[in-house]
Design a protein around this ligand. Structure first.
Ligand SMILES: *Cc1c(COP(=O)(O)O)cnc(C)c1O
Length: 352
């Protein structure tokens, strides 16, 4: 008799990376514009690179397991936040995992769908049931339908805002209204991986939601606007109680030395990060204009990517690698990450 595994794992598959990752591993992606994974098109800020070189000789030592300095700069960057409100993790993926790990097993997690593929995966691993709620007809986040989907079993709602892969978002006033309607014993996890790319001036200081209510976690990452996806570091803002419990379940040294120093330096240089995000916002507008001019259906985006009804194969023939929409619930579409100007020019050339 083989060892018995938990049956809920049977339906899980290992992560299938985008084709471009495999091509890159085989050295076949060099001539392509890599617009697949919503990464920043630029390397880490010079400040982050300098911090990395300075820290490297200390790599024989374990880093600060509490990640204190990074927690401090995150608190300084968010009005009203104390270090006791800050969660850290090996990517915001770990912050999401730790938040869900606090909840009793067996309950249900509600989230819009299509959304980030990690959510159902985490739920399966944790033995939680999922209740995906379809996006609205125009690909919007279904706030009302999610409220209607709540049951006595609901332990958490994950709201990806702006949503990956649709790029649509819920204005902050609506998020606040939604949070207010949630029962106090349901955890709201607001995944703001793309918040730096929101150009709605009213969407700011969303972390205040986490300070106002005891049941809100705002999860953010250094993988997108900060350009540090390869180092794996993210953070969350929550009530002290949630942050305290999350720290109890976090793997003790999950945020490595390189991630800690680079993320700290990048957060301290956040005006430069903001300038890069503003560049991506302008370039997103240029892409969307070109999609419109070419009469292609596209979803107006608040992220650093745009969903467009244009085949990934066709993009590839023009030297551009994008995320196949079929893998994201949009067959025949592509999710195009905003790249450098010349990469975006290539995209515009391909559809024009
Ligand atoms: C990219 C992304 C993240 C970030 O994941 P990390 O683990 O921080 O790299 C989180 N949520 C969504 C929806 C994303 O698209």
């Amino acid at each position: 008799m083989p060892v018995t595994f938990r049956p809920e794992l049977d339906s899980l598959q290992t992560y299938v990376p985008p084709k471009s990752w495999r091509m890159a591993a085989e050295g076949r992606a060099d001539d392509y514009a890599k617009l697949t994974s919503n990464e920043l098109a630029f390397g880490p800020l010079p400040e982050a690179e300098a911090a990395l070189s300075e820290a490297l000789p200390r790599a024989n030592r374990y880093p600060d397991s509490h990640v204190s300095r990074l927690r401090e700069v995150i608190a300084e960057a968010n009005a009203g936040v104390e270090t006791a409100n800050v969660m850290v993790g090996n990517g915001s993926s770990e912050v999401l995992l730790n938040a869900l790990q606090l909840l009793p097993a067996g309950g249900e997690v509600v989230f819009p769908w299509p959304s980030f593929s990690l959510y159902p995966m985490l739920c399966a691993v944790l033995g939680m049931k999922t209740r995906p709620v379809p996006l609205t007809r125009d690909n919007g986040l279904p706030a009302e339908a999610m409220l209607s989907a709540l049951t006595d079993e609901t332990r958490a709602v994950i709201l990806c805002n702006p949503n990956n892969p649709s790029g649509t978002y819920l204005p902050l006033s609506e998020v606040r209204g939604f949070a207010g309607e949630l029962p106090d014993d349901v955890l709201l996890i607001l995944d703001e991986a793309y918040v730096e790319f929101v150009d709605d001036p009213l969407y700011k200081d969303s972390h205040a939601l986490a300070l106002e209510g005891g049941n809100v976690v705002v999860a953010r990452t250094f993988s997108k606007a900060h350009g540090l996806a390869g180092l794996r570091v993210g953070y969350g803002i929550s009530s002290e109680r949630v942050a305290d419990y999350a720290e109890r379940v976090r793997f003790p040294v999950s945020v490595n030395l390189a991630a800690q120093v680079a993320a700290t330096a990048s957060m301290l240089a956040r005006e430069k990060v903001r300038a890069r995000a503003e560049f991506a916002i302008r370039e997103r507008g240029r892409l969307q204009e070109a999609f419109g001019a070419a009469n292609l259906d596209f979803i107006p985006s608040q992220g650093n990517f745009v969903m467009v009804r244009f085949g990934a194969d066709e993009f590839e023939r023009s030297g551009i690698l994008v995320r196949e929409g079929g893998a994201l619930g949009y067959p025949g579409w592509s999710r195009v990450t905003v790249g450098r100007s010349e990469e975006n020019d290539r995209v515009i050339g391909a559809v024009s």
